[in-house]
Write a protein that binds this ligand. Sequence first.
Ligand code: SF4
Length: 100
Amino acid sequence: MITLPRRPQWHDDAACRDVPTEVMFPREHARYADAVAICQPCPVRQTCLESNLHEAYGVWGGTTARERRELRMGRRSLSSATPPHPAASRFPHTPAAVAS
Ligand code: SF4
């Protein structure tokens, strides 16, 4: 018997709570913007990003897998983030100048 992981409690407040999974895991690059837009007003965005910083697929906390990798490496450009991602200040090696 396979036991699927349960969603964390904070996900109850997630903006993507009722969004089909395929929207947050787009197969086409052009669809990533739709997923990121869902994350923008999400009240648990920062918690989501911190909890999923190492996820290799999908959009989490308003970031793509590539952006998360760049955050982990401390070299993410936040120039496309509007507004600046609230988690940016938690990654001290991220250049603050590009966040505005
Ligand atoms: S930040 Fe995005 S992926 Fe994370 S819970 Fe909110 S809507 Fe879902």
